[in-house]
Design a protein around this ligand. Structure first.
Ligand code: NI
Length: 217
């Protein structure tokens, strides 16, 4: 997409109603490597796009992240953060809420060898969840909206959300990494497997968990 076409596409999206339309699995934009952000959009457009993605994420129940390809924009941009409504439940289950963060041109690598398994879902695959094993700790490099570069370690839920969103920017969906036998409807996940716990889920659906399992379901 040329910078002019891209700006037109962004303007079209910004003019549309909120929440923004989410691209579903099957659209090739979700399977391509997004282009690094390098001046294709002016600062004002980029900020408005980021705001629209944040609003869409917050208006969509259960959403903790949104990558630009999911709204049809093939750029290395994602937003993430846990909703305030989820905060109390997270703290109760021993997890730290994740503050709102804008990721531009992000990349991550595992930090350490610990891996954890948990159910994940995706707005582009509505109605389903599956268990994904991922590194528990990662080191993330990214830029913010003002072009400042950051390098930081993330662990637990924040590390999982970051990996899921950054994977989107490489054309990877969580299902590519999932234990496919764990695939469950949202209803089954919430009503059956949430209360049962991850070990019982793995036993009954017959899929393996990582050896040094530190489940963060
Ligand atoms: Ni997703």
């Amino acid at each position: 997409m040329s910078p002019i076409d891209l700006s037109d596409k962004v303007d079209e999206i910004l003019d549309a109603a909120r929440p923004l339309h989410i691209v579903a699995a099957g659209d090739p934009v979700l399977r391509q490597r997004a282009a690094p952000i390098d001046g294709q959009l002016d600062g004002k457009r980029l900020r408005r796009l980021t705001d629209a993605m944040r609003d869409t994420m917050r208006e969509t129940q259960g959403a903790v992240g949104l990558a630009a390809p999911q709204i049809g924009i093939p750029l290395q941009l994602a937003v993430l953060g846990t909703p305030p409504a989820l905060e109390a439940r997270l703290i109760e289950s021993g997890q730290a809420p994740v503050p709102f963060t804008v990721l531009i041109n992000p990349s991550y690598q595992p930090a350490g060898t610990r891996r954890g398994a948990a159910f994940e879902g995706c707005l582009s695959l509505p109605g389903w969840q599956a268990v994904v094993t991922r590194p528990q700790e990662i080191e993330l490099t990214w830029e913010d909206g003002a072009g400042r570069k950051s390098v930081e370690q993330f662990s637990g839920l924040a590390a999982r959300i970051v990996q899921h969103e950054v994977d989107h920017l490489a054309g990877t969906l969580y299902l590519d990494r999932a234990e496919i036998r764990s695939l469950s409807t949202l209803e089954e996940t919430v009503q059956r497997w949430g209360p049962a716990g991850l070990e019982a889920t793995a036993r009954e659906l017959c899929f393996p968990l990582p050896q040094d399992d530190e489940a963060d379901v």
